[in-house]
Design a protein. Structure first.
Lengths: 670, 367
């Protein structure tokens, strides 16, 4: 025995006291249960049966996207969804039929939707139909008043609105419900099923800013699961607590809505698929980025995107979801000749006066390389103006493939420009090392000839091309293009602001730039240039045409392009800037299957003219002191919410399907 | 000889305690099934059964362990648990806003649960070795205080105010059981009156303070921590006299109460079984305590007695605080309902403490 005998005996006596202490304490708890369950039981039972406070997510409203002038590009609108709580719903055929009628859907469709409901937990509201019209809301409310539709409720939601519709759809992106992968990879660890995030473009890249964070609220629901409108809960229980949602941040883009529309019109009115990008050569700001074919993001941003709609977009052979301007690459065609010119001048292998006789073709080895025309004797400036192939075959050979690649890369071709958007393509500028690594073969001089006129393995993205030409226009400043100007908190505080960022200053003598710029000037502004039809009365456009082959030239030597089937026609390219000196805008246009670069030049001219009109108008306004331009849009121009919540119009917008592309000029293969 | 010993084992086996434990667990399992059905995961119910089987195996092993071995191991166990509590603070997984678990791959160990047993063992050992015996003055309680202090601090840091409170209450119960002199009682009562408001102001975290506020006045709650208390009250009260029936609790099946399968499981039971069920469950816990206290008075030495009393106090305080908070008379702190709440570590703790009681109730016949 350890411990004192008398002590232990005393404790044994004391144990008896604890029987009473424990009994008394548990009686206290029992009394409380008596109070709650018997005295208050009836009230609380009524509460649990009929009136309930339910914890619910309050969705944060997503940040708004504005253009450079403060015009709304993407915002939110209220939408109404019909949901069902299965624990209250009767699931009888009569009820199904009535409800299907109210929702304006077929009974079969309704039954398909409702099969989802029975799998979900009984207390979880399941979406029946999203974004319903006022008529449906009225029908459901009426039914509820009559006591039909037990468990059916209408939920107010926020829906993303894209007033620009298909214009810049790929750039802006769309929003969608999160999937399990999004939830597990969320850096903020806040996502829950049912949340919405950006899925593409700016919506995706800047999702962390746009998203905001959801709050929690307590809603009172009645015995049929519907939200109660009365204030009863607050009164009986003393409070309704909630955690306010925090709205997302607003984003101001460098885009100009008017220029976007002009660019879209320029392509659409000529039935061209393709891409237009406009940037400011002084900063690298992207002023416009438009792609066709396109789609209306409204259809895939809702709560209820059908697989049919989605597959239609995803599987379309013309790939309307792709942002061609940054994700696709094209052979640059003759627009590439400029880098040969810059190369031979920079390496002092030629001067502005160097001339070559063009007999309309050139024999190299056993092959004959054609020029699109017999140019006779041409110097460098003329060769640019008339896009003489023979001249650049010779200069390309003189420069050599590795120096060609060096100059092309100097201007940013063949590498990502680094703008803040996902999925930018690199393109390709081949050289002898690349050939060795890729094919384990030595570079053939014959290949240099193809590369010299922008064919062969050369591939560039539209954004690279316009950035490179902007650098030619501004005398060697290669900017990193950007699209987001600033990010703003809800109270108007600037959270982040993008400063122009120089990728590199291209160190070439000024006279080199002057020489090639003279050539680019003459392309548009001197008789005999390849794009004289696009001469502008509003400003001086300089630029270069190009033609990207869809099929090899040899296959159709004797057939002129417009006679080919549309799918086999060449793509037309034009890239240029305006005005001639100290340019304020640089634009590239790819007009798919337009046969000739001069057709793309019309597109570029429209965009530049629209830009100059706007600049001049703004200038006129600031000059007259009576009308000070307001930074926000003119009231009449602000896009008002549509009276009908259901989006209308086609899903995919394909200009070329309406009519074949317009071929205005350039019957030659250039 | 062999025959009579076997007879003794059967005769001395504390059948009452075993039956009470099994009954409580059975009712608890059914309630857990109901609570997790609303949440949509029934895997937890199965996991709990597996833990019960594991706990039974450990318990059977402990039943045949000589209490002298436990007495020798008391201080080493204290040290190991202390280290685990420190480790959990450093590398423990974040769970439910606080740091309580150690991830061991196959399960997440909650050292603070086992700390309760470690404190009971250590106190039993310390007071057994203290030959001067009762009554204790405050001065002589400094060392027990120093034993308890690191545990309480480490657990408060997690922060887990419920478990820290249980440790303190169980330790204090053992001391009160041993007898404290009347002068010390007066000092403690006065000190508590002064220190409680101060600790409220300086020692509590915001959310803990919020809970105290909510408890005192649910109406002023701005952030929704009163939501749980309120929904619990509705659930318990709406059970009325006979309850809504198994799986028919609308509060439980509607998933209105967060954590309804762990700390708030009594609300599910009270909603389904009503006042009658609630009283019967409280009686079952009381019967458990009666069997446990009978074991205390039949032990053969001071260590066994203190160990048995500690285990009894642990059960009592858990039930009292848990049911008290669910029915709205005590503030909401994280304290499980023994043998009822989901959670391997908690279930294990009570299986072990029951096994210890069974072990100690056997002892007097063997010697």
């Amino acid at each position: 025995m350890i411990g004192r005998e008398d002590e232990v005996r005393e404790y044994r006596e004391r144990v008896k006291a604890f029987y009473y202490i424990f009994f008394f304490a548990l009686c206290l708890i029992g009394t409380r249960l008596f109070y709650l369950q018997i005295l208050k039981g009836e009230d609380l039972r009524k509460y649990s049966d009929g009136n309930r406070l339910k914890k619910e997510r309050l969705f944060a409203s997503r940040g708004i996207i504005y253009d450079r002038n403060g015009k709304v590009i993407v915002d939110n609108r209220a939408s109404f969804d019909v949901v069902l709580l299965s624990q209250y719903y009767s699931f009888t055929p009569e009820a199904n039929e009535k409800l299907a009628k109210a929702l304006e859907i077929s009974v079969e469709d309704f039954e398909k939707r409702i099969s989802k409901v029975s799998r979900a937990p009984s207390f979880y509201p399941v979406l029946l139909k999203s974004d319903v019209s006022k008529d449906v809301i009225a029908a459901v409310e009426m039914g509820a008043l009559n006591g039909d539709f037990k468990g059916v409720d209408i939920e107010a939601n926020v829906q993303r609105r894209y007033p620009m519709k298909e214009i810049s759809a790929q750039l802006l992106g769309y929003t969608g419900e999160v999937d399990t992968k999004d939830i597990s990879t969320d850096p903020k660890k806040q996502l829950q099923p049912g949340d919405y995030i950006g899925k593409m473009g700016i919506e995706r890249f800047y999702d962390n800013y746009l998203r905001g964070s959801n709050g929690v609220g307590y809603v009172e629901v009645d015995a049929t699961g519907r939200r109660k409108k009365s204030e009863g809960a607050e009164k009986l229980l003393g409070f309704v607590a909630q955690d306010e949602p925090v709205s997302g941040k607003d984003i101001y883009l460098t885009l100009d809505v008017d220029l976007e529309k002009a660019a879209a019109d320029a392509l659409k009115s000529r039935n061209y698929n393709g891409s237009v990008v406009a940037i400011d050569p002084r900063t690298g700001e992207i002023l416009a980025m438009v792609n066709y074919p396109s789609y209306d993001p409204q259809y895939i941003s809702g709560r209820e995107v059908t697989a049919k709609v989605w597959n239609l977009l995803r599987d379309d052979p013309d790939r309307p979801l792709r942002n061609r301007a940054i994700q696709d690459h094209y052979p640059p065609g003759s627009t590439f000749k400029l880098f040969i010119a810059l190369g031979v001048l920079g390496e002092k292998k030629a001067t502005a006066a160097s001339s070559i006789n063009c007999p309309g073709q050139m024999r190299f080895g056993k092959r004959s390389f054609a020029c699109w025309k017999r140019h006779g004797t041409v110097d460098l400036i003329h060769a640019i103006k008339e896009s003489c192939d023979v001249f650049f075959y010779n200069e390309g050979l003189a420069l050599g493939i590795d120096d060609i690649a060096k100059y092309a890369r100097m201007f940013g071709l063949g590498s990502r420009t680094g703008l803040n958007l996902a999925g930018e393509a690199k393109g390709l500028i081949p050289d002898s090392k690349w050939k060795e690594a890729r094919y384990h073969e030595a570079w053939q001089p014959g290949e240099t000839l193809s590369v010299a006129i922008g064919q062969g393995a050369v591939d560039v993205t539209p954004i690279q091309l316009v950035d490179a030409y902007a650098a030619i226009g501004n005398g060697g400043f290669l900017w990193r293009p950007f699209i987001v100007r600033k990010i703003e908190g809800k109270n108007g505080t600037t959270l982040e602001e993008t400063k122009p960022q120089l990728t590199r200053k291209i160190d070439l003598p000024p006279d080199v730039f002057d020489t090639v710029k003279e050539g680019l000037f003459r392309v548009v502004n001197e008789p005999g240039g390849t794009a004289t039809a696009s001469h502008s009365k509003k400003t001086i456009i300089s630029g270069k045409t190009g033609t990207a082959q869809v099929r090899a030239f040899t296959d159709m030597k004797h057939v002129s392009c417009p006679q080919l089937e549309v799918k086999d026609r060449h793509h037309g390219l034009f890239v240029g800037y305006a005005p001639r000196d100290n340019p304020t805008i640089a634009v590239v246009a790819i007009a798919e299957h337009a046969c000739h670069g001069s057709n793309a030049a019309h597109v570029v001219k429209d965009v530049i003219d629209a830009y100059m009109d706007k600049q001049n108008a703004a200038l006129a306004k600031t000059e007259s002191p009576a009308q000070v331009a307001s930074p926000v849009a003119i009231p009449g121009e602000v896009v008002k919410p549509k009276p009908k919540p259901v989006p209308e119009g086609p899903l995919v917008i394909k200009p070329s399907e309406v009519k074949p592309p317009v071929i205005e000029s350039g019957n030659d293969d250039e | 000889m062999l025959k009579s010993e076997n007879q003794n084992v059967i005769k001395t086996f504390n059948v009452g305690l075993v039956v009470t434990t099994l009954l409580i667990f059975l009712v608890g399992s059914l309630t857990l099934f109901s609570a997790t059905k609303g949440l949509g995961y029934t895997g937890l119910y199965r996991a709990q059964l597996i833990w019960f089987v594991l706990g039974s195996l450990v318990g059977v092993g402990l039943m045949f362990l000589d209490s002298q071995i436990l007495e020798k191991l008391a201080y080493p166990i204290y040290a190991v648990c202390l280290v685990l509590l420190m480790v959990v603070l450093v590398i423990g997984n974040i769970g439910g806003g606080s740091q309580r678990w150690l991830n061991l791959g196959f399960f997440r160990l909650q050292p603070s649960e086992f700390a309760k047993l470690a404190i009971i063992l250590t106190f039993a050992k310390y007071f057994t070795d203290d030959k001067k015996g009762a009554p204790y003055s405050l001065r002589r309680l400094v060392i027990p205080g120093l034993i308890l202090f690191p545990y309480v601090i480490l657990i408060l840091k997690q922060p887990d105010i419920g478990t820290a409170g249980i440790l303190f209450l169980v330790g204090a119960s053992m001391i009160v059981f041993l007898k404290v002199d009347w002068k010390s009682w007066i000092i403690v009562i006065v000190a508590a009156a002064v220190l409680l408001p101060l600790s409220y102001k300086f020692a509590l975290r915001d959310y803990q303070r919020e809970r105290v506020h909510t408890f005192l006045d649910p109406g002023r709650d701005p952030r929704g921590s009163g939501y749980n208390a309120l929904q619990c009250k509705i659930a318990v009260g709406s059970g009325q006299i006979f309850g809504k029936g198994f799986l028919k609790g609308t509060q439980a099946q509607g998933n209105f109460i967060p954590e309804q399968h762990t700390d708030f499981i009594f609300s599910v039971f009270a909603e389904e079984r009503g006042f009658v069920g609630g009283v019967i469950l409280l009686l079952l816990y009381f019967i458990y305590c009666v069997f446990a206290l009978r074991t205390v008075s039949r032990t053969r030495d001071k260590f066994q007695m203190l160990l048995a009393f500690g285990c009894t106090a642990l059960m009592f305080w858990h039930v009292f605080i848990n049911v008290g908070m669910v029915s709205g008379v005590l503030p909401i702190v994280g304290v499980t309902l023994p043998l009822f709440s989901y959670g391997g570590s908690s279930l294990m703790t009570f299986m072990i403490s029951t096994a210890l009681l069974l072990n100690l109730s056997r002892k007097r016949y063997i010697f």
